[in-house]
Design a protein around this ligand. Structure first.
Ligand code: GDP
Ligand code: IMO
Ligand code: MG
Length: 432
């Protein structure tokens, strides 16, 4: 049966949440499979706006099973707060949410390490993490010795394990910061066992569940978090997140083999944004960037930091579309470009006098990359009320065609505003 993936192809915040919410109707199961509460996915449903962080955007549809798979890292108090917040707003979160017992747990020491580590990146510039403990938790997962998975919280001896870990973490953390207050193992154990009790009804072996679903007749929708340029292995390392946020992460995070995936939708903004540190060749640290930030309301969903804004980078997106096995594109926030007389697209980089169209593997080369731009005329009229791609102004259609040509993928979806209705599907798309 068909499984669809929604993958961000830039540095996150491409409006994946909006798209997942729309596609939920045609699916039985929606799965978050990597990342954690560093993500902030916005869904606007009528007069209600939901900011989802860990819970799949499918949760707004009670008929759909939402799954947090084993590749996700869970901060129990923030997960519970998110569940409580949804329930308070009348959203059903009972049997329709499942959380993997394999998911690794974020503890207070991970947050403390995140704060201490981010100011000591060996390459100088801070990563500017969301400080949610994501990197340190994934590091402990790979390191194994200090890792605790959600399922471990229900096993005997967990208090002793927490005690041993806290002993080691207190020593490390004391050496990392001067005014560090040692953590108390007994308090943390009691607190986390309390959270575990509350989470118990949701905890399950989601890998078996998803394999049964994939082998059966269920339609699965995979919701990517972050964007492919933040992928730990294939992104702009070290200015990345700590999971495989490109399309390559779907199978490792969910346990569902790639052979079941029938459609990959690559989500892009009609321009570029980035939150946090790291190179961004097409960044416009000027009036144009400020205009995009104002029009696009480009402030982080999780941290409220102003997002860095710039022109669309076709070199980067062609790379991430190939890397993620993208079939077609969803171009979001096209309305944000409405007032601009001219719009630039980066078609290649110049690095040390050479014209380059392959995305550089080393961050130093990306730092030196000067964008080579092509200038297209703007359309200079509002398009938030347009409801079919054919009715867009000719220059807007030309802009979409040029993006499609440069990236090498057709455009299936165009979005001209945050509401569900402000979304258009191409005639050839089989998404509706
Ligand atoms: P995500 O992390 O990829 O789900 O994206 P975010 O929710 O962090 O950021 C996308 C923002 O753009 C949200 O505030 C959405 O409500 C908003 N948005 C989504 N689509 C559109 C659109 O087509 N136009 C405009 N102007 N805003 C949009
Ligand atoms: P969604 O799913 C945008 C960025 C952070 C930082 C880097 C590492 O909403 O698109 P981390 O806390 O993950 O260790 O931070 O990654 N980052 C995001 N940027 N959108 C996100 O998620 C992000 N999640 C992490 O700003 O630069
Ligand atoms: Mg976001």
């Amino acid at each position: 049966m068909p499984a669809t993936c929604v993958i961000g192809l830039q540095w996150g915040d491409e409006a994946k949440g909006k798209l997942v919410d729309l596609l939920t109707l045609q699916h039985d199961i929606v799965v978050r499979y990597q990342g954690g509460a560093n993500a902030g996915h916005t869904v606007v449903a009528g007069d209600q706006t939901y900011k989802l962080s860990l819970i799949p955007s499918g949760i707004l549809n009670p008929a759909v099973q939402s799954v947090i798979a084993g590749g996700v890292v869970i901060n129990p108090p923030s997960c519970l707060a998110e569940i409580d917040g949804l329930v308070e707003r009348g959203i059903q979160v009972t049997k329709n949410l499942m959380i993997s017992d394999r998911a690794h747990v974020i503890f207070p020491w991970h947050m403390a390490e995140d704060r201490a580590l981010d100011s000591s990146v060996s390459s100088g510039e801070n990563i500017g993490t969301t400080q949610r403990g994501i990197g340190p938790c994934y590091r402990d997962k790979v390191g194994r010795a200090h890792a605790i998975r959600l399922g471990d919280l229900y096993r005997e001896g967990i208090e002793q394990r927490i005690e041993r870990i806290v002993e080691a973490k207190n020593r490390t953390l004391a050496s990392m910061s001067d005014n560090f207050e040692p953590l108390n193992a007994a308090t943390i154990a009691e607190e986390y066992l309390g959270y575990a009790e509350r989470l118990k009804p949701f905890v399950a072996d989601t890998t078996s569940y998803l394999l049964d679903a994939a082998e059966g007749d269920k339609r699965i929708l995979f919701e990517g978090a972050q964007g492919a340029l933040l992928d730990i292995d294939h992104g702009t390392f070290p200015y990345v997140t700590s999971s495989n946020s490109s399309g390559v992460g779907v199978s490792s995070g969910s346990g569902v083999p790639g052979r079941y995936i029938t459609k990959v939708l690559g989500v892009i903004k009609a321009y570029s944004t980035r939150v946090g540190g790291g190179p961004f060749p097409t960044e416009q640290d000027n009036d144009t960037g400020q205009h995009l930030r104002d029009r696009g309301n480009e402030y982080g969903t999780v941290t409220r930091r102003p997002r860095r804004c710039g022109w669309f980078d076709a070199v980067a997106v062609r790379y991430t579309a190939r890397l993620s096995g993208v079939d077609s594109l969803a171009v979001m926030l096209l309305d944000v470009l409405a007032a601009l007389p001219e719009i630039q697209i980066c078609t290649a980089y110049e690095i040390d006098g050479q014209r380059v169209t392959d995305f550089p593997s080393h961050v130093d080369d990306l730092r030196r990359a000067k964008p080579i731009y092509e200038t297209l005329p703007g359309w200079q009229q509002e398009i938030t009320g347009v409801r079919s791609i054919e009715d867009l102004p000719a220059n807007a259609r030309k802009y979409l065609d040029r993006i499609s040509e440069l990236v090498g993928r057709p455009v299936d979806v165009v979005s001209v505003g945050p509401d569900r209705e402000q979304t258009m599907f191409s005639k050839t798309s089989n998404l509706r």
